[in-house]
Design a protein around this ligand. Structure first.
Ligand code: ADP
Ligand code: ZN
Length: 447
């Protein structure tokens, strides 16, 4: 079903007119109410009245995470703090958290875009939602929660962690839809396997995963392991939280951006120049309708691309590709840009491996070195290894040695950088306990 068909399937030109009108009002509002924007617009010689529509967007200054940090906690609010009914904070993946706030209208918008997302993913009123996103300052839990209620679902606010209890609740309450990080979905898949719970014994039909990068390889594992058709949900607290975009279950080839509220652009990571549709670059978003914390051209740091055209689902909202990584988690290995997701996609093609890995970056004799620790899949590993898998064991075992050689070559041929591959026994790589999972350890000395 489509939650707001008249808006999600709107004629593209009509939508552009609405977006342009909203942009005009937004610029006037922030110029009047947010000192940082007043100064920045003046510095770039833009008067609020100069902005007549979307065509003028590129004249506006960019906003970066540092702007929110510099004005921490409430310096960029466009309304008095007392008019805000809720705050959240970013999870602080890349440093000190950023505090964001919402008016009543903002929480209403948040619930609506999450309801749209759930509907895109296959959810319908009356279905039961097992929400295993963390509740609290993180936007995921409460965001999806109110979205589920708005759609008319029965929401089970499980939050993250306590995997055993999660499975018990899934088996007893029989939810139709689950929401959690993709890495935690894999934890649930593994737990089901361990307990001999067959995917078709689970009631789950649809799943929304996001908050961290994932790949089509993981999608296959989750679909199969939980017996669902899973889709990608994307968002960030600065813009609103989850519900900035979501894939439709019909096409699953890109996430529809709620562009009537969050207008996306793709810019070149170094020059900041607009990148044409289809090209990869940094996603930059302007919040067209938010009240408490409106942002002009917010540099998300996330790498993706946009494609337009009517979708099989009937929506006309622009689609963004799976996030390839963040400019700030991009590893530069001997001058080559490497995203963890690229390594992950290569590992996913090797059937002897489990979908778990760790990357360790070190500097040896002034040269960056990337070690890929790849975990063996249970069925393959059981024949040859027990708990430990030392270098000596790998060296002595021709099957393991050949496997390691094959992975090394595949990584090199695909990404263009040589990496050292080590093999981990089943269970050797970190698992998600419910929140975001950090798979990269950078041991290079700080400059
Ligand atoms: P933090 O920046 O501290 O992690 P958030 O909790 O707001 O703060 O997380 C937002 C970030 O999470 C996004 O900028 C993006 O990097 C990542 N993210 C969210 N959803 C997805 C997704 N579906 N795919 C990939 N990355 C995602
Ligand atoms: Zn679609």
């Amino acid at each position: 079903m489509i939650f707001e068909p008249e808006l999600e399937c709107m004629d593209v030109e009509a939508r552009r007119a609405v977006q342009g009108e909203r942009l005009r009002a937004l610029v006037a509002r922030v110029a009047e109410r947010v000192p940082l924007y007043r100064e920045r617009l003046a510095a770039s010689h833009v008067k609020a009245g100069d902005i007549r529509g979307l065509g003028d967007l590129t004249r506006l200054p960019l906003t970066r995470k540092t702007d929110l940090r510099d004005t921490y906690p409430f310096g960029m609010l466009a309304v008095p703090r007392r008019d805000c009914i809720r705050v959240h904070a970013s999870s602080g993946t890349t440093g000190r958290p950023t505090v964001v706030a919402y008016t009543t209208a903002d929480t209403d918008l948040f619930a609506r875009v999450c309801a749209r997302s759930l509907a895109m993913a296959g959810a319908e009123p009356g279905m039961m939602l097992h929400n295993a996103y963390g509740y609290g300052l993180f936007t995921g839990g409460l965001g999806i929660h109110y979205g589920g209620e708005r759609l008319g679902m029965t929401v089970v606010p499980v939050s993250g962690g306590m995997t055993e209890r999660q499975l018990l609740l899934i088996q007893d309450l029989k939810p139709d839809v689950i929401t959690c990080t993709p890495s935690y979905a894999l934890t649930l898949v593994a737990e089901c396997e361990k307990r001999g719970i067959a995917p078709d014994a689970l009631s789950l039909r649809y799943a929304l995963h996001g908050a961290e990068p994932w790949t089509d390889g993981m999608r296959v594992q989750i679909d199969r392991g939980l017996g669902v058709r899973c889709t990608n949900i994307y968002g960030l607290s600065e813009i609103i939280g989850p519900g900035v975009s979501n894939e439709c279950v019909e096409a699953r080839d890109g996430s529809h951006v709620m562009e009537d509220h969050f207008y996306p652009e793709i810019l070149h990571p170094e020059t900041g120049e607009p990148v044409p549709d289809g090209g990869e670059g940094v996603l930059v978003i302007t919040t067209l309708t938010k009240e408490a914390l409106p942002l002009l051209r917010y540099w998300t740091g996330d790498i993706t691309s946009l494609t337009r055209g009517t979708c099989a689902c009937g929506r006309t909202l622009v689609k963004m590709a799976l996030i390839k990584g963040r400019t700030d988690d991009m590893l530069i290995i001997r001058g080559v840009n490497v995203y963890p997701s690229q390594v992950e996609s290569v590992l996913a093609r090797v059937e002897e491996l489990a979908p778990h890995y760790r990357l360790v970056v070190t500097r040896e004799k002034n040269l960056d070195a990337l070690e890929v620790q790849a975990e063996l899949a249970g069925p393959f590993a059981r024949e040859i290894v027990r708990e430990t898998l030392s270098e000596e064991i790998v060296e002595a075992d021709h099957q393991l040695r050949a496997l390691r050689g094959r992975i090394t070559k595949l990584l090199h041929d695909t990404i263009g950088v040589s990496m050292r591959v080590t093999l981990l026994p089943p269970g050797g790589a970190p698992r998600s306990e419910g929140g975001k999972l950090n798979r990269v350890t950078d041991e290079r000395p700080r400059a």
